[in-house]
Design a protein around this ligand. Structure first.
Ligand SMILES: [Zn+2]
Ligand SMILES: [Zn+2]
Length: 88
C-alpha cells in the first residue's frame, strides 16, 4: 500500500480511486473551460492557462460531488495562478 499523492489515503498505485476519478473530471473541465475562455481572467495572457480551484471546488470534491465549471474560480495563466496562492 502506498499513500495517495492527492489525499494521502493508502491505496494501490500513486492515487486512490476517488482521486483518479477526480483527476479525470478536472482534466475534462479544464479543457472545456480553456476552450470557452482562451485567456487569463486576470492579465489576459493566452499562455500556460489553467483552470483554478476555489473553495467550492474542494468542498464538492471532499463531499464526493461531481465537479462543475461554476465551482471553479476561473481560467488563469500559471503566473497569476501562483500569485493567487500556493500551488494546489
Ligand atoms: Zn486519494
Ligand atoms: Zn494571468
Amino acid at each position: 500500500m502506498t499513500p495517495c499523492l492527492t489525499c494521502g489515503e493508502p491505496g494501490r498505485g500513486s492515487r486512490c480511486d476517488s482521486c483518479r476519478g477526480y483527476d479525470r473530471q478536472h482534466r475534462k473541465l479544464s479543457r472545456k473551460a480553456r476552450r470557452l475562455q482562451p485567456f487569463c481572467q486576470s492579465c489576459g495572457s493566452t499562455e500556460n492557462l489553467q483552470l483554478d480551484h476555489g473553495e467550492e471546488t474542494w468542498r464538492r470534491r471532499a463531499d464526493g460531488l461531481p465537479l462543475r465549471l461554476q465551482d471553479y474560480r476561473g481560467v488563469y495563466c500559471s503566473a497569476c495562478n501562483r500569485a493567487n496562492g500556493p500551488a494546489r
